[in-house]
Design a protein around this ligand. Structure first.
Ligand SMILES: Nc1ncnc2c1ncn2[C@@H]1O[C@H](COP(=O)(O)OP(=O)(O)O)[C@@H](O)[C@H]1O
Ligand SMILES: [Mg+2]
Length: 400
C-alpha cells in the first residue's frame, strides 16, 4: 500500500518507527507535514494540494495530529475521508477525543467506567458540582490540556473554588472531577489497535506528584491487563471512532475508570516499556483495512427525506415481544434492523430467527413514518407550526 503519515515532526521517535515499520514491510510510506496541505473544494470532486501540487493517490493515511493544530489537522483528515482514503482515526474521532468534556459525554452514553465529572459555568453552580462529584479533594482540568499540564488537584473546596474562578476569569473552560485516590499516582495506558490491546503499561508518578504523565517525570513498566481493562480500552477507542488510540485508565476500586482517549499516542514510552513492535502492528492493521474507507453512515443513508436511522425500543407491551425478527414483519414495513442492543451486548446484523425481547433496542434504517409509532413517547408529539401574533413580537421587542 501507499501510506501517508501526517506529522509535523518527521524526526520524532513515533514518526520514525511508523515509517520504518511500513518500509520494512514493503509498503511505500511518506511523512507529510499536516500544515502544508491545502484543502481544495473548487472542482467537482474533493481534492488536496500538498506543497502547491495536486496530491498523488494514497491508499491510506495515518494522522498524527498534535493538540495545537487540531482544527486544521482534522480538516485535512476529513478531506482524505471525503476522497475515500482509509484512515484508522476519523476527523470526528480526533476532535471528539481531544476535548476531555466531549469525550466523556460520548463515553457516558455507554457502559464505560469513568470518574464522576461535572462541567459548570455559573459561580453559583461550582459548589454543588464539587459536592456531586464526591467533595474535595477534587481534580480540576482544562478541557484541552495534554502531558499533565492543566490538571490540578485541589485539596479543599475553598481552593477548588478559587482555582475554578481564576481559570474561568481568563476564559478557560474547566472540568471538575472526582479524585480517584485509590489509584495512588498510577494509571494504565493501553495501546489499542483495531479491536485489540497490543501493548499496555502502568505509569507511576514521581514522588508526591499525582499525575503519572511521562512528561511529569512518571516512570513506566509493562503490565498485563485483565479482561475488564482490555475490553474497556477497546470499547472506549471504538466508541470514539479511533482504531489507533492510547486509552488512559485509573485503577479504581470498582475496576477501570477511563480518563481520556488519545488519538496520537506516543510510541516511545510504550515500546521501551514492553519491547513490543507497536508501530509494526499499527501498519499491519492499516494494511488489512485499506479496502474499507470510513463512511459517514448517517450522511450516506439520508438518501431520501422519508428514510432515516432511528433507535426503536421494544416495549414490554409491544406486539413484537416473543416474535422472531422474521415474524415481526418489520421488513414488510420497510424497516431493516442494523444492530440489536440487549443489556450490555450488541448484536450486529441480527438473524431472522432471533427472538425479540422486551427492552431490546433496535438500531434501524427505514421509513420514518413507519418507525414513528415505535419510538418512545417524547418524539411522537406532532409539532404544528403555530401562527405568531404581532402582539407577542411587539412584547418581546419592548422587553429586549
Ligand atoms: N480524576 C483523577 N483522579 C486521580 N488522578 C487523576 C485524575 N485525573 C487525572 N489524574 C492523573 O493526572 C494525569 C493527567 O490527566 P489526564 O486527564 O490524562 O490529562 P493529560 O491530557 O494532561 O494527560 C493522569 O495520567 C493521572 O495520573
Ligand atoms: Mg493523559
Amino acid at each position: 500500500m501507499k501510506l501517508a503519515i501526517l506529522s509535523r515532526a518527521p524526526n520524532a521517535y513515533s514518526t520514525q518507527r511508523l515509517k520504518t515499520a511500513a518500509l520494512e514491510r514493503g509498503h511505500e510510506a511518506k511523512v507529510l507535514d499536516t500544515l502544508r496541505f491545502a484543502i481544495d473544494l473548487s472542482g467537482d470532486d474533493p481534492d488536496l494540494q500538498y506543497r502547491g501540487r495536486t496530491l498523488s493517490d494514497y491508499d491510506a493515511v495515518l494522522p498524527r495530529i498534535g493538540a495545537s493544530i487540531t482544527y486544521y489537522g482534522s480538516a485535512v483528515v476529513r478531506q482524505f475521508q471525503q476522497m475515500d482514503v482509509y484512515t484508522p482515526n476519523t476527523a470526528n474521532g480526533i476532535t471528539s477525543s481531544r476535548d476531555k468534556l466531549r469525550a466523556i459525554q460520548i463515553l457516558s452514553r455507554h457502559d464505560v467506567g469513568m470518574p464522576a465529572t461535572a462541567f459548570v459555568r455559573d459561580r453559583k453552580d461550582v459548589l454543588p458540582a464539587i459536592e456531586r462529584v464526591g467533595g474535595a479533594p477534587v481534580v480540576i482540568k482544562l478541557l484541552e490540556g495534554t502531558q499533565g499540564i492543566g490538571v490540578i488537584l485541589a485539596p479543599d473546596t475553598k481552593v477548588a473554588e478559587a482555582i475554578i474562578e481564576t481559570l474561568q476569569s481568563t476564559r478557560q473552560n474547566v472540568l471538575i472531577q472526582q479524585f480517584v485516590a485509590e489509584s495512588r499516582g498510577t494509571d494504565v495506558r493501553a495501546l489499542v489497535v483495531g479491536d485489540r490491546v497490543v501493548a499496555a503499561m502502568r505509569r507511576t508518578a514521581q514522588g508526591d506528584e499525582f499525575r503519572s504523565n511521562v512528561h511529569r517525570g512518571g516512570s513506566v513498566e509493562a503490565v498485563d491487563l485483565d479482561d475488564e481493562f482490555t475490553s474497556t480500552a477497546v470499547a472506549s477507542a471504538q466508541i470514539m471512532g479511533l482504531r489507533v488510540a492510547g486509552v488512559d485508565m485509573l485503577e479504581g476500586e470498582d475496576g477501570p475508570m477511563v480518563m481520556e482517549v488519545n488519538s496520537s499516542p506516543g510510541l516511545e514510552g510504550i515500546e521501551r516499556a514492553t519491547r513490543l513492535d507497536v508501530a509494526g502492528s499499527i501498519i499491519d492493521f492499516i494494511d488489512n483495512q485499506v479496502a474499507f474507507p470510513e463512511l459517514d453512515v448517517r450522511q450516506r443513508l439520508n438518501v431520501s427525506t422519508s428514510y432515516g436511522v432511528a433507535e426503536l425500543l421494544v416495549r414490554e407491551d409491544a406486539d413484537l415481544v416473543g416474535h422472531t425478527i422474521e415474524s415481526s414483519r418489520l421488513r414488510e414495513r420497510d424497516i431493516t434492523i442494523l444492530t440489536l442492543h440487549r443489556d450490555h451486548t450488541v448484536i450486529p446484523n441480527p438473524r431472522n430467527n432471533r427472538v425479540l425481547e422486551a427492552g431490546d433496542r433496535l438500531l434501524c434504517f427505514g421509513k420514518l413514518e413507519e418507525m414513528r409509532n415505535m419510538i418512545p413517547d417524547r418524539s411522537q408529539r406532532r409539532r404544528k407550526l403555530k401562527r405568531l401574533s404581532i402582539k407577542a413580537m411587539d412584547q418581546a421587542a419592548s422587553e429586549g
